[in-house]
Structures are given as structure tokens and as C-alpha cells.
Design a protein around this ligand. Structure first.
Ligand code: C2E
Ligand code: MG
Ligand code: MG
Ligand code: MG
Length: 282
């Protein structure tokens, strides 16, 4: 009896496994098509707001994927798949062109877009010739120095630190702002921060949301912001959703707020309507 039950459970388990594998394969095949054609890819922009003045400091570009038959797929689902399969390289390349093209159009319309930050995963950061690719992108779209910057996670930067520094320095020479994303969730050795030519630290959402309840989160926010101040780095609080969270941040050295409370990620057109002003000289 028990044996029979065990066997049935096992069969059910196998069937579920097959279903999962099949789903994953279907998603990967669809993503491969999308990487080839670019159809269904869009970029949304989320503002980074100066805490003290409320002015727009920049925005983060976030990839959105709407498949004709699968519907919208969240980045939490397709980005890890893209990273595992290597499709992140063609997808990331498409995103960069979407962002650069949008910036060029805004500039051509006499608008003054803020600097836009693009996420780079490990494979993208370590691809051959990143700095030259970015330099060519700036040239192709005739963008002002520093108009596009990058966000990287700690784990990308930790291994091969000397090589990472060289790449980061190359990007800094193009005027790019460079942020460490999701700070506090990786293997943060705080001391390695001073070795890296980055401009910004983004404190992960989990600490912002824990700030009110947990003394652990408060200790980490206090430590990170204190150190960032000493090192002359900008600090972004990610994932601020409420007035309470914003208030709780007031006692720390935090320059910038990014979260649903100050503005959700929105398509380019809405972003322009809400946040862009005309160039003073246009
Ligand atoms: P991330 O770089 O940390 O981006 C911030 C994420 O937090 C975004 O999720 C954003 O929509 C979400 N967020 C912003 N404010 C709030 C808030 O107040 N509350 C909550 N709950 N969430 C908030 P999204 O767009 O789903 O992206 C998830 C992750 O996927 C990103 O995390 C990034 O690691 C990755 N990703 C997105 N676009 C790209 C891309 O173009 N290239 C690469 N390599 N990765 C990307
Ligand atoms: Mg990011
Ligand atoms: Mg982040
Ligand atoms: Mg994140």
C-alpha cells in the first residue's frame, strides 16, 4: 500500500517535472525569437528623485516583455532565464538601442532627459569590449557624455576585481554614472567599495521595507549610509512605497529615492509627460 502510494506520488512528481521543463522550454524558445526580432520588447523608465528637493535626478531603464501568445512576462521570470541561456547578451543589446534611440528622440524634440541607468548582468559586464561598445553607442546616437550609466550587483564586481576596476574606469571616462545595485544582499565586504570607481550605492528594497520593524535593517542602513557619506558616494533608497518609509529614511545620509511612492516605472511617453522639461535653450 505504502509502496503503491509512493510510486503514485513519484509519478505525479515526474509529471510535474515534465510540465515545468516543458514550460521553461517554451518560454526559452519564445525568448530566443524575441531576442532575434525584438518584437514585444519595450523599455519602461522609473524616476530617481532627490529626497530634499523633489527634483528628478535620473531614471532607471527596465526591460518589459510582452509575448503575443504568452502575454506579459515579468523580468523576475525572464531575466534569470535570459542570464542562464546567454540570451541576455542580444536582449541587453536591444535594450541599449531602445534606450539610446529614445534619448536621441527626446533630445531632438528639445527635451532635457535626465541620465538613464541601465542594468548590466555579469555576462554583459564581462563581454569582450564593453567599453568600446558603449563608446560606439554614444557616437551612433550622438549622446552627451554620461547620458547613459549602469547598475551592477556586488557579485559581478567581486570576482576578478582588478579587471572589473579597469572596465569601470573605462566607463567612467565616458562620463557614465556607475551604481552598485541591491546593495547589502551580496557578499558585501564594505572595504572593497573604496577600491571600486563607482558613484552610487543603491540600498536594496528589503532593508528599506525592514527599516520600520527590524533593528537589523536599521543597523545596516545606518552603516551603509554612514560609510557612503565618508566615501563621497551617492545613496539611493530602492523600493520606497510609503510616506512612513520615506520619513524613516530622514535620519540617514540618503540623497535619492526610487520607489512606487515617488513614481512607478512607466512607458517612455508617460515618462516624458510627467518628468521631462524643455531644454532652456530650445
Ligand atoms: P533592479 O535593477 O533592482 O530594479 C528594481 C526593481 O524594483 C524593478 O523590478 C522595479 O519595478 C522594482 N521596484 C521599483 N520600486 C519598487 C517599489 O517601491 N516596490 C516594489 N515592490 N518594487 C519596486 P523589475 O522591473 O521587475 O525588474 C526586476 C529586476 O530585473 C531588476 O532589478 C533587474 O535586476 C532585472 N532587470 C530589469 N530590466 C533589466 C535589463 O534591461 N537588463 C538586465 N540585465 N536586468 C534587468
Ligand atoms: Mg537596477
Ligand atoms: Mg535594485
Ligand atoms: Mg533588485
Amino acid at each position: 500500500q505504502a509502496k503503491q502510494e509512493g510510486r503514485n506520488t513519484y509519478r505525479l512528481f515526474r509529471a510535474e517535472m515534465h510540465q515545468q521543463d516543458a514550460d521553461r522550454l517554451r518560454l526559452e524558445t519564445a525568448l530566443r525569437d524575441t531576442a532575434e526580432t525584438g518584437e514585444g520588447l519595450e523599455v519602461h523608465f522609473q524616476p530617481l528623485i532627490h529626497r530634499d528637493s523633489g527634483a528628478v535626478h535620473g531614471a532607471e531603464a527596465l526591460l518589459r516583455w510582452h509575448h503575443p501568445s504568452l502575454g506579459p512576462v515579468s523580468p523576475g521570470e525572464f531575466i534569470p532565464l535570459a542570464e542562464r541561456s546567454g540570451l541576455i547578451l542580444p536582449l541587453g543589446e536591444r535594450l541599449l538601442h531602445l534606450v539610446a534611440g529614445q534619448l536621441r528622440r527626446w533630445l531632438g524634440q528639445g527635451l532635457a532627459p535626465p541620465r538613464i541607468a541601465v542594468n548590466l548582468s555579469a555576462r554583459e559586464f564581462w563581454q569582450a569590449d564593453l567599453v568600446n561598445r558603449v563608446r560606439r553607442l554614444y557616437r551612433e546616437y550622438d549622446l552627451p557624455a554620461g547620458q547613459i550609466g549602469f547598475e551592477l550587483t556586488e557579485s559581478v564586481l567581486l570576482d576578478k576585481q582588478q579587471k572589473a576596476v579597469a572596465i569601470l574606469e573605462g566607463l567612467r571616462e565616458l562620463g557614465c554614472r556607475l551604481a552598485i545595485d541591491d546593495f547589502g544582499t551580496g557578499y558585501s565586504s564594505l572595504s572593497y567599495l573604496q577600491e571600486l570607481p563607482v558613484t552610487t550605492i543603491k540600498i536594496d528594497r528589503s532593508f528599506i521595507q525592514g527599516l520600520a520593524e527590524s533593528r537589523g535593517s536599521a543597523a545596516i542602513v545606518a552603516g551603509v549610509t554612514g560609510m557612503a557619506k565618508e566615501l563621497g558616494l551617492r545613496v539611493v533608497a530602492e523600493g520606497v512605497e510609503t510616506q512612513e518609509q520615506l520619513d524613516a529614511l530622514s535620519r540617514y545620509h540618503v540623497n535619492l529615492i526610487q520607489g512606487f511612492f515617488t513614481g512607478r516605472p512607466v512607458p517612455a511617453e508617460q515618462f516624458a509627460q510627467r518628468y521631462l522639461t524643455r531644454c532652456a535653450w530650445a
